[in-house]
Design a protein around this ligand. Structure first.
Ligand code: UDP
Length: 252
C-alpha cells in the first residue's frame, strides 16, 4: 500500500540533512555543495543556528568551552575562511569558501521576496541606524520587524530578548562579535522557527563604516592582512592563524 507524508507523519526534519559532517581540529563543519540551499533546508526543517567558521574561531572554540559548546550544538556550521577550506582540502573535501557576509546578504534578499520577518541585532547605534535605512532602500520588500543595537544597558537586554522571541522572526542576523554572538544565539534560538546567524562585522560593512578586502586579496587568500591593516588592534587575535595552520599540519 502506498503511504504518503500525512499517513506516515513524515516531515523533512526526520530525514538526515543533505550536508556531510566533518571536523576541523575537533570542531564540526558541514560540507555542502551550496551553503545557501543548506540554509534554506535548515529553515524548512524548523530553523536553527548557523555558524560561519574561520581559523580564528576554530582556535577560540578550542580554548573557550562556552564557545566550543555553542558551535558543537549549532545546526549548520559553514566554512568561512581560507584556513578552514585549506584544512578541509587536506581531508579530501573540495569545498568553496563561503563568506558569511555573502550568505547573510543572500538570505536577506530571499527573506524580502518570501515575506520573512527579519530581525537585526548588534553593532553600534549609529551603524544600526544607517543600516536600517540602507537595507530598506537596497532590498525592497524587506520586512524588518525588530532592530536592536549591540550596546544596550545590561538591564535592557532581558526585555529586548523577550520582545525578539515574541516576534518569532524567520531570520535573525546577530553582529555582537565572536564569541558573544554565538553563545547569545545558542541561548535564545531554542524553540524558535527562524534561522539565527552570527555575522561579525557584516553590519559595519553594509552600513559603509568598514570596507571588505578587495577581490584580488580574496583571491590571494590574504583578506586577513587587509583586516589587520584596517584594525591593527586585531594583531594579537590573529596569532591564532599560524597556530591553526601549525596544528592542522601537526595532526597530518
Ligand atoms: N559589537 C556589539 N556590541 C559589543 C561588541 C561588539 O554590537 O558589545 C559589534 C561591533 O560593533 C561590530 C560587531 O559586534 O559591529 C563585531 O564585529 P567584529 O568585526 O569584531 O566581529 P568578530 O570578528 O569579532 O566576529
Amino acid at each position: 500500500m502506498a503511504t504518503d507524508a500525512t499517513s506516515t507523519g513524515f516531515t523533512g526534519a526526520e530525514q538526515p540533512p543533505s550536508w556531510r559532517l566533518t571536523q576541523v581540529l575537533g570542531v564540526q563543519v558541514a560540507v555542502s555543495a551550496n551553503v545557501f540551499a543548506a540554509a534554506l533546508e535548515l529553515k524548512q526543517r524548523g530553523g536553527g543556528q548557523i555558524v560561519t567558521l574561520n581559523a580564528e574561531m576554530t582556535m577560540a572554540a578550542r580554548a573557550n568551552p562556552e564557545l566550543g559548546a555553542a558551535i558543537a550544538q549549532a545546526d549548520l556550521v559553514i566554512p568561512d575562511g581560507a584556513g578552514v577550506v585549506w584544512a578541509l582540502g587536506r581531508q579530501g573535501y573540495k569545498v568553496r569558501r563561503s563568506p558569511g557576509i555573502e550568505l547573510a546578504r543572500a538570505l536577506l534578499e530571499y527573506a524580502a521576496c518570501h515575506g520573512w520577518k527579519v530581525a537585526l541585532v548588534g553593532s553600534s547605534p549609529e551603524v544600526m541606524q544607517t543600516l536600517r535605512q540602507r537595507l530598506s532602500s537596497e532590498i525592497p520588500g524587506l520586512n524588518l520587524v525588530l532592530t536592536i543595537h549591540g550596546y544596550q544597558a545590561p538591564e535592557l537586554w532581558p526585555g529586548l530578548e523577550a520582545e525578539l522571541r515574541g516576534a518569532r522572526p524567520d531570520l535573525v542576523l546577530v553582529a555582537l562579535g565572536v564569541p558573544r554572538q554565538e553563545t547569545w544565539i545558542q541561548r535564545l534560538h531554542q524553540g524558535q522557527p527562524g534561522l539565527w546567524m552570527g555575522v561579525g562585522g557584516s553590519f559595519d560593512v553594509w552600513s559603509g563604516l568598514k570596507q571588505r578586502a578587495p577581490q584580488w586579496m580574496g583571491r590571494l587568500q590574504i583578506e586577513w592582512l587587509y583586516r589587520l591593516l584596517q584594525e591593527p588592534s586585531r594583531w594579537r587575535r590573529m596569532l591564532a592563524l599560524p597556530a591553526f595552520a601549525w596544528e592542522v599540519l601537526r595532526r597530518g
